[in-house]
Design a protein around this ligand. Structure first.
Ligand code: GLA
Length: 368
């Protein structure tokens, strides 16, 4: 009898524990992260989560006033937590690659994670696109904003210095999604922040992006080796498939037998923007002929990584059950050049105590 009572007790406690755990995990997935919505006077709408600062959706009209979501991603935050090839994230502390995951600052060598073959990519194992940010909605001079802040601790992912970061997303009534980044440190460090949205101006999941017409305001690009690391050369684009100074279809030359296109499996390169210093200037313009949607990119950064979704292979099911196949999205990541910490001739990415890192990028939407 006693034995029966005891086993009943154990059995029911077990059930209760399982029940409590299910409630807890349900609560965690529901409560952990929030989604914020920004809307402008023309009906454009951006959804951003405090998980990774991810731009989850961006509703933009076509030439007939039909709205579509033009960024790839998932319907729920949980799916981003599970598996995200950087859809929509804020990338940091260092966007793009650092060769062999190491660099030297003030005579000291710092070792970072090798999370991309032998290289460090997009801030490491848990970059800024996979951490929880503090979020606050603010009413700025240019429209409604979401301010995200994050403190990246000294030593996080191997980087030196406590880095205090702020990213402000603003949706203006001029149909611009403006992203203002800033950061300060208490120890000399390196910083390179960007956003990694994958765009398809025909609508997310609506085919490949090869028919989009692209202009990049750059006379040079940084050629790479087989491991995607810049060789250090700033090579003229003239006469090569990398010349987008005149609007050209993304797919027009992408399959040419060109060494750089073979190394990148398509476009996955950084362009050296034509500009003076850190002025906010036009970096790129993309036009989607079927819908008439146009996106212009303005930035204060010296470079832009143009990536044609060459690692998408149809294995990801995104928003609304859409399957993202090869080259179904493109990225225009405004940034400092890849591997700058190991390339003394590239513009510096060093941030010292007392200085302020800033970068502003605008994605502006028009119709044609
Ligand atoms: C960047 C890189 C690419 C790839 C994507 C994410 O754009 O340059 O090589 O890693 O991010 O898949």
């Amino acid at each position: 009898m006693k034995f029966l009572k005891k086993s009943m007790f154990i059995f029911y406690s077990g059930i209760l524990l399982i029940f409590l755990n299910v409630c807890k995990s349900g609560r965690e997935t529901k409560m952990k992260y929030d989604i914020y919505t920004l809307k402008n006077a023309n009906g454009l709408e951006a959804k951003i989560t405090n998980y990774g600062g991810i731009l989850m959706s961006l509703m933009v009209p076509d030439r007939n006033g039909q709205f579509a979501d033009i960024v790839l991603g998932y319907d729920t935050v949980e799916e981003y937590v599970k598996n995200n090839p950087y859809f929509g994230v804020i990338v940091g502390r260092y966007a793009n690659r650092i060769a062999k995951g190491k660099f030297t600052l003030d005579g000291e060598e710092y070792i970072l994670a090798k999370n991309n073959g032998e290289n460090h990519l997009h801030g490491g194992i848990k970059g800024f696109g996979a951490v929880k940010w503090n979020a606050e909605k603010i009413e700025g001079p240019n429209g409604k904003s979401l301010k995200l802040t994050y403190l990246s601790k000294d030593g996080e992912e191997g980087y030196p210095g406590n880095l205090s970061v702020a990213v402000v997303y603003t949706l203006t009534d001029d149909n611009e999604l403006k992203i203002d980044y800033s950061a300060t440190t208490d120890k000399t460090t390196i910083v390179n922040l960007t956003n990694h949205s994958y765009f398809n101006l025909a609508g997310q999941g609506e085919g490949d992006i090869l028919g989009h017409i692209l202009m990049i305001n750059a006379d040079r690009f940084t050629p790479i080796n087989r491991n995607f690391i810049p060789t250090g050369e700033l090579r003229p684009v003239r006469g090569t498939p990398f010349d987008f100074t005149k609007p050209t279809a993304i797919g027009a030359r992408i399959n040419q037998k060109n060494e750089q296109l073979i190394f990148g499996n398509g476009y996955d390169h950084n362009w050296v923007l034509n500009k003076k210093d850190a002025e906010l200037s036009l970096a790129a313009r993309v036009y989607e002929p079927r819908t008439g949607r146009v996106m212009e990119v303005y930035t204060t950064e010296p470079g832009i990584q143009f990536y044609t979704g060459n690692f998408l292979d149809g294995s990801i099911k995104g928003k609304g059950g859409k399957v993202y196949k090869f080259r179904y999205g493109f990225c225009l990541e405004t940034q400092h050049f890849p591997d700058s910490p190991n390339k003394p001739d590239f513009p510096s990415v060093v941030l010292k105590p007392g200085e302020k890192y800033t970068q502003t990028t605008i994605y502006k939407f028009l119709i044609k």
